[in-house]
Write a protein that binds this ligand. Structure first.
Ligand code: 5GP
Length: 202
C-alpha cells in the first residue's frame, strides 16, 4: 500500500454482491492492510476458526461489551449479532496498518458516524438479475425467504448514496484494482494534507 496515514476502509453492499470475494482478493494484493476480526454471537460454522474469522461470544457478553463502548459498530444480521471491536481496530492502526472491515450496509454507516475519516466503499451488483440469481442460489427453495432476501437487498441498495465510493462488482480484477486505487488515493490524501484536514478520527 502507498505511503500516508493508516485508514479504516469499509467494504459493504447487499448480500450476494460479492463482498467476501472482493475483500479477500484486496487483502491478498495489499500487504499492510489487515482484516478486522469481529465479535459475534452467531454459531461457529464448519471451518470457522475462533479469533481468525470471528470471536464467538454469548449474547450476554456481547451486550456487556457493547454497553461498555467496546464496539465500534454493531448490527443484527439474519438474527445474529455482529460487532467490530474498537480495541482490535485500534491495535492495528497503532501498528501502522490500515484495517479493512467487510460489514453490512448499516454497520458501514455506523462506522462513519463513529469515525468520520473512515472510507466507505459500496459494492453494486452488475445488474438486478445477477443479484437475484445469486440470492436465489443460496441454499433454499422457500420463496418467502427468497423474497425477503430480495427486499432487503433492494432496501440496502438505496443506501449506496451515503457511501464515499460506489464500485460495480462486475469483473473481479477490475473491481479489485478500483478498490485498491481508492485506498491508495485516500491514504496519500491523508499523508499530504492531513494537517489541513485534521485527524478526522482515524
Ligand atoms: P456471515 O455470517 O455470513 O459471515 O455474515 C453475515 C452478514 O453479516 C454479512 O452481510 C456481513 O457483512 C455481516 N457482518 C459480518 N461481520 C460483521 C460485523 O462485525 N459487523 C457488522 N455490522 N456486520 C457484519
Amino acid at each position: 500500500m502507498a505511503e500516508g496515514e493508516v485508514l479504516i476502509v469499509v467494504i459493504s453492499g447487499p448480500s450476494g454482491v460479492g463482498k467476501s470475494t472482493v475483500a479477500e482478493t484486496v487483502l491478498e494484493k495489499a500487504p499492510g492492510l489487515v482484516r478486522s476480526v469481529s465479535l459475534t454471537t452467531r454459531n461457529p460454522r464448519p471451518g470457522d476458526v475462533d479469533g481468525e474469522d470471528y470471536h464467538f461470544v454469548s449474547p450476554e457478553e456481547f451486550a456487556a461489551r457493547r454497553d461498555e463502548g467496546g464496539l465500534l459498530e454493531w448490527a443484527e444480521v439474519h438474527g445474529n449479532l455482529y460487532g467490530t471491536e474498537v480495541k482490535q481496530v485500534e491495535r492495528q492502526l497503532a501498528g501502522g496498518r490500515s484495517v479493512l472491515l467487510e460489514i453490512d450496509v448499516q454497520g458501514g454507516r455506523s462506522v462513519k458516524t463513529a469515525r468520520p475519516g473512515a472510507v466507505l466503499i459500496f459494492l453494486l451488483p452488475p445488474s438486478d438479475e445477477i443479484l437475484e440469481t445469486r440470492l436465489r442460489g443460496r441454499g433454499t427453495d422457500d420463496e418467502d425467504v427468497i423474497l425477503k432476501r430480495l427486499a432487503n437487498a433492494r432496501r440496502e441498495l438505496e443506501s449506496a448514496e451515503c457511501y464515499d465510493y460506489r464500485v460495480v462488482n462486475d469483473e473481479l480484477d477490475r473491481c479489485v484494482s478500483e478498490v485498491l486505487g481508492i485506498i491508495r488515493v485516500e491514504s496519500m490524501r491523508r499523508g499530504t494534507d492531513g494537517a489541513k484536514r485534521g485527524t478526522e478520527g482515524v
